[in-house]
Every structure is written in C-alpha cells, then in structure tokens.
Design a protein around this ligand. Structure first.
Ligand code: MN3
Length: 203
C-alpha cells in the first residue's frame, strides 16, 4: 500500500494574512478545500491500486481525471501556502538578488511583472491559477495560467509562485471583485520563498 498523502502543516496561523486574506477564508480554504483534495486523492489512488491489481485498464483510465484534479489541487495548494506570508514575516517585501535580476530582465520591472501577471490571471474563465514559472530550457521566467486544478508541471514550467483565483480563495472578502484581490495579494507574497524555489529550479 502506497503512503497516504497528507495535508501539509500551514506555516503560519489562520489569521496571519489578514486583512488581505481573512482567517475565515483560510480556515475553509485550508481545512476544508485542501483537506478535501487530499482525501479524494487518497481515495482515487487506492482505487487505482486496486484496478492495477485487477489489470482493469478501463477503471485505470476512468480514475485519471480524479487523480489529475485532486492531485493537482493538493500540489497547487501545497505551493500556494508557502508562497504567502504575513507582512511581519516578510510578506510583500520585494525580491532581491538573482530573482529580482531575472524579473527585471524578463519583465522590465517588478511593477511590470505584477501588471502582466494580473492582466493574464484576472480574466481566467471560471476557476484556475496564475503562475510565475521557470522555463529551464530557455533559462527564463514565464507567466502562465492553468484551468481548474491542472498543475503547472503539465506545461513543462517549474512552479515558483501560484495565485489561486478560484472564488473560494477570495469571495468572502472581495465578493465578485477578483481584480481587487489580485491587487491586494502582493502585500502577502513571500518573495523569499519564491527566490528559494527559483534557486532550486536553476540548479
Ligand atoms: Mn483553492
């Protein structure tokens, strides 16, 4: 039996990101939504293991979409929580060093990057994610969007920073105003974490 996936420990308190993201949003998002992806992923993988034992290819194929959705949800949120931090813990402090240089080279400036990121992520139809990813083959940063819970790895980019634009990520505070949420979220982006992911992706 393969090891069960588990909800990773949240690296801060549920109210740490207030007022940008309320404790109520965090509680539902982390304890209910993310836990749900983990539970459903484990259930799908267990069924998949059974299907493998029975050499039931039709069942294996039918389980792919549940594994993609819930596995993607688990991967995406596990990155997302670490991409954020309270301002008192460095959230919103602009990047420095190699990551800042790369952002300046590939987007002109941090302001331009944020403007391009929000310009692409805001109009996602329905649910999805905006990402800053690293293109290893071209040694450059790229902005990408993914629908639903599709993980960025399907594009070939290495995920550095993901912003969840499912309504559950912002609706309780921002209602229908996704652009306002995308304007505010940068106050709690943990650029130190993004920089560590960038360094690891490059090495
Ligand atoms: Mn979410």
């Amino acid at each position: 039996m393969a090891q069960k996936h588990e909800l990773p420990k949240l690296p801060y308190e549920l109210n740490a990101l207030e007022p940008v993201i309320s404790a109520e949003i965090m509680d539902l998002h982390y304890n209910k939504h993310h836990q749900g992806y983990v539970n459903n992923l484990n259930a799908a993988l267990e069924k998949y293991e059974q299907a493998e034992k029975e050499n039931d290819l039709a069942a294996e194929i039918n389980l792919q979409s549940a594994i993609n959705f819930n596995g993607g949800g688990h991967l995406n949120h596990s990155i997302f929580w670490t991409n954020l931090a309270s301002p008192s813990a460095g959230g919103g402090t602009p990047p420095s060093g190699a990551l800042a240089d790369a952002i300046n080279q590939d987007f002109g400036s941090l302001e331009n990057f944020i403007s391009q990121f929000n310009g692409k992520t805001g109009p996602i139809q329905g649910s999805g994610w905006g990402w800053l990813g690293y293109n290893k083959a071209k040694d450059r940063l790229e902005i990408a969007t993914c629908a639903n819970q599709d993980p960025l790895c399907k594009t070939g980019l290495i995920p550095l920073l993901g912003i969840d634009v499912w309504e559950h990520a912002y609706y309780l505070v921002y209602k229908n105003a996704r652009p306002k949420y995308l304007e505010e979220i940068w106050k709690v982006v943990n650029w130190q974490n993004v920089a560590e992911r960038y360094q690891k992706a490059k090495s």
